[in-house]
Design a binder for this molecule. Structure first.
Ligand SMILES: NC(=O)c1ccc[n+]([C@@H]2O[C@H](COP(=O)([O-])OP(=O)(O)OC[C@H]3O[C@@H](n4cnc5c(N)ncnc54)[C@H](OP(=O)(O)O)[C@@H]3O)[C@@H](O)[C@H]2O)c1
Length: 437
């Protein structure tokens, strides 16, 4: 006999609509495969009278219809943003309901509070869709890789920026034109700030780092640089040097209790597996102590891929016994909850991180310019392993010197650049892009 699972849906926008559609399509299939009969009972929206692409059951704008309904087992939060999403998640847990959310922002900013609230009332919060949407990275880290010590994560976690950088590289579009194209195709929001600034990627990195390293981290703790400073010139130069540019989220254990966490445009060799991730696709590359290198690839956004992850969470929760006993250390629920309050790992300050760099200096073309730059970099302990210079075709006296450095400390590079940027030969600020081999 099937087991009924009643769902309270918060939000019926892009993802909520996808969830209703997918559930309508797959309800019988899921029941046959899992023995669960999934039913959405109420749907919370701002404007219940609005015309919608799907028939959402029990439309309401009153959250208490859901919180006060004892027959609801699982609340699915698809409102987005911080508030009221945070308050509704916590109220749902206190009302005895498990929660599924796709909301990386609320988890990144309030994860600890939310998981602590769940622990206190013995309920669960599942969030597979919050990072890489349709690609099951959370479940893989949480369960499939439990026997591994993960010491590196590198992710292309934002489809909008990956689409823009791919179009710049393949069609030689300017950033502004590539962004316009992404908006026309629905890969970028009318206001793309959260994507292009790297904030969306940093939110996702918070969620992954907390889960993989048990580190206490908030978005403000993560060095975050978006893609707006990337020029076509840099994309072409990267190509000449054998690299491509991707917006990467990087989490690396650099010592027993120190983790480097950062989001920035990164030059990676064209032969790196992440270099093959084009357009709006997402990927997560990681290194586990037992499995070695591994990469997940797929669609990191869109109504159906996101709904696919949400339904998997609902099914997993629905399959658990009605009463979840307090979990022992090491069981799956504990890993899930404890991710936000484990251990004593610290974040390595950005100034102490070490990286190879691509530097571009816009200069006045005259003899001795490269020597001057090299001497100043050398004075700050920065070695060069490649340098080229080219004139700007339309302005004969102006040029660009492109330099690749050996590994150098961020603080030393910053000092060197602040001196170089003041030199009379400079015709603008230096561009810096960090390199990962
Ligand atoms: N879009 C994607 O591809 C994707 C992928 C992965 C994760 N996510 C995450 O999924 C979540 C939902 O994204 P979305 O793109 O579906 O958002 P969306 O299209 O903006 O939909 C938001 C929904 O929430 C409702 N809502 C907003 N504020 C509300 C409030 N104060 N009270 C009641 N209802 C409220 C809206 O009601 P009305 O319809 O009445 O306006 C709408 O139905 C976000 O956390 C997002 O980060 C999205």
């Amino acid at each position: 006999m099937s087991k009924n699972i009643s769902i309270g849906l918060l939000g019926c926008g892009q993802v909520g609509t996808g969830l209703v559609k997918l559930l309508n399509q797959q309800r019988d299939f899921i029941e046959r495969r899992t023995g669960l009969k999934l039913v959405i009972k109420h749907t919370l929206v701002r404007n219940p009278a609005d015309k919608r692409a799907v028939k959402a059951p029990g439309l309401t704008k009153d959250i208490n219809r859901i919180l006060g309904d004892d027959s609801i087992d699982i609340v699915v939060e698809l409102i987005g943003g911080l508030d009221p999403a945070r308050a509704y998640i916590i109220k749902s847990l206190k009302a005895g309901k498990d929660v599924v959310t796709a909301n990386k922002a609320v988890l990144a900013h309030h994860g600890r509070e939310i998981f602590e609230a769940a622990r206190l009332v013995n309920r669960q919060v599942y969030y597979e869709a919050a990072v890489c949407a349709g690609i099951p990275v959370i479940r893989s880290i949480k369960e499939g890789l439990l026997a591994n010590h993960i010491n590196l994560l590198m992710g292309i976690l934002n489809g909008t920026t990956n689409y823009i950088l791919t179009r710049m590289s393949e069609e030689k579009l300017s950033l502004a034109d590539a962004l316009k194209q992404a908006q026309q195709l629905g890969f970028a929001e009318p206001d793309p700030t959260s994507d292009v600034s790297g904030a969306d990627t940093a939110n996702k990195l918070c969620v992954l780092a907390a889960l993989s390293f048990g580190i206490k981290v908030a978005p403000k703790d993560i060095y975050t640089e978006g893609i707006m400073g990337i020029e076509l010139e840099d994309i072409k130069n990267a190509d000449e040097f054998g690299y491509c540019i991707k917006l990467l989220a990087i989490a690396r254990e650099v010592a027993h209790n120190k983790v480097e966490l950062k989001v920035h445009p990164t030059m990676i060799p064209k032969k790196h597996p992440l270099a093959a991730v084009r357009n709006e696709f997402n990927a997560l590359y990681l290194h586990g102590s037992a499995v070695g290198d591994m990469m997940f690839y797929g669609r990191g956004a869109g109504p159906l891929p996101t709904a696919s992850a949400i339904l998997a969470d609902i099914i997993e929760l629905g399959n658990q016994p009605a009463f979840v006993p307090t979990p022992c250390v090491g069981t799956t629920p504990d890993v899930h909850r404890g991710a936000y309050n484990w251990g004593d790992k610290k974040i390595l300050p950005m100034a102490e991180t070490v990286s190879e760099h691509y530097l571009r200096f816009p200069i006045i073309d005259k003899p001795g310019v490269i020597g001057k730059l090299a001497t100043l970099l050398g004075r700050h302990n920065i070695s060069i392993y490649g340098a080229t210079a080219a004139l700007v075709p339309t302005k004969k006296q102006l040029g660009n010197v492109r330099i690749l450095t050996r590994p150098a400390k961020e603080s030393q590079l910053k000092q060197a650049l602040s001196e170089i940027n003041r030199l009379a030969i400079m015709r603008g600020k230096a561009t810096v892009i960090r390199i990962e081999e």
